[in-house]
Design a protein around this ligand. Structure first.
Ligand code: 2P0
Length: 351
């Protein structure tokens, strides 16, 4: 008897140009394009195994060992249905293929980092889910095509289908067919950039991204300015900076965009606060670190960015990483030592 099973992994991605706002909440179409860096596979990732079998009576999912309900019409069920639809197309074209699209699937997913750490597990989770189903169904789909489906699980997941520097192009089509991820540059193109993740708090965030961003869409005039007058130029400029490996421009835009994202959160009614006092102290430290360098005639040495929580991600060229680690540990003395500061993406506890 044949066993139909496949396993795939996908890493977390951290945005430099933030996705915040949907123009279509069902299809998950964003109000602006975004751009992120996909972390290396060996650090923060989800690994998912999917299995199809005629004996299964319903689709089921286990997340870190615990079963999660697959709600009808929900995001998971949409992604699974889309993948089955693509498999069915392939079976219709190739009548000798086993009819896997008719079987129920069991899906088992694990994160190699604590889900509670406030790091985007939905992005790596949905990307790994879509990749594992694509492997199970032997679909000849490109990462960009798969990104169209991962996007419907969680917007940011579409960017985790590729490594390196990835743009999610917002698209213009009402059916979402052009709202997909494209690789701007490979990881190898600019291997010198490292990311340090400073876990400021592992509390679960107060406002979910999904509900927070729609409140912002409904109440923030600054978001409209951001969508129309700010992000398009930033997308062009940061893409060019990545092509040129221009860290100064990359860092400036990344910090500006993090600041504007948190500004639109603050302007949301009622306001949303994701950063805390430690987050702001990390900003002050990086600003000072860069100021000293620039005043001495040098360049920016690091860039901070914060997502929907207080944890900091610091992007820096490799040569500055040790200095930054020492600085963080000095000014945040309770910080646990970085696990792997010279692995590409070390993590640190900063309390
Ligand atoms: C980002 N974030 O670009 C931004 C920055 C949070 C801050 O993508 O509703 O979890 O599932 O599409 O993808 C968080 O949004 O939201 C996010 P849904 P998602 O990484």
């Amino acid at each position: 008897m044949s066993v139909y099973q496949a396993t795939a992994s996908a890493p977390v991605n951290i945005a430099c140009i933030k996705y915040w706002g949907k123009r279509d909440t069902k299809l998950i179409l964003p109000t602006n394009s975004s751009l992120s860096v996909t972390l290396d596979q060996d650090h923060l990732r989800s690994t998912t195994t999917s299995r199809a079998d005629p004996s299964f009576t319903k689709d089921r999912l286990w997340l870190n060992g615990k079963e999660d309900e697959i709600k009808d019409g929900g995001r998971l069920s949409t992604c699974i249905a889309e993948m089955k639809r693509m498999r069915k197309e392939l079976e219709d074209k190739n009548p000798n293929e086993p009819k896997l699209s008719a079987y129920k699937v069991h899906i088992c997913s694990h994160n190699n980092f604590p889900t509670a750490a406030g790091l985007a597990s939905s992005a790596s989770g949905f990307a790994a889910l879509v990749k594992s189903l694509a492997a199970l169904y032997a679909l000849p789909a490109s990462p960009s095509q798969l990104s169209l489906i991962a996007r419907q699980g969680s917007g940011s997941a579409c960017r985790s289908l590729m490594g390196g520097f990835v743009a999610w192009e917002q698209g213009t089509s009402p059916d979402g067919s052009d709202s997909l991820a494209v690789q701007v540059a490979t990881r190898e193109h600019w291997a010198d950039i490292h990311a340090l993740i400073c876990v400021v708090s592992d509390d679960k965030k107060g406002t979910s991204s999904t509900s927070g961003m729609q409140r912002t869409v409904e109440t923030s005039p600054l978001l409209q300015h951001r969508i129309h007058n700010v992000v398009p130029q930033r997308m062009r400029d940061i893409s060019a900076a990545i092509q040129k490996k221009d860290f100064d421009t990359f860092a400036r835009i990344t910090m500006q965009d993090s600041n504007q994202f948190h500004a639109v959160c603050l302007e949301t009614d009622p306001p949303i606060f994701y950063m805390n006092d430690v987050s702001r102290a990390i900003i002050a430290l990086i600003v000072e670190y860069n100021r000293v360098s620039v005043e001495a005639g040098g360049k920016l040495k690091a860039a901070y960015t914060f997502d929907a929580g207080p944890n900091a991600v610091i992007y820096a060229p490799k040569e500055n990483v040790r200095e930054i680690v020492n600085m963080i540990v000095k000014y945040f003395p309770q910080a646990e030592p970085f696990k792997d500061p010279f692995g590409l993406f070390g993590t640190a506890g900063v309390q």
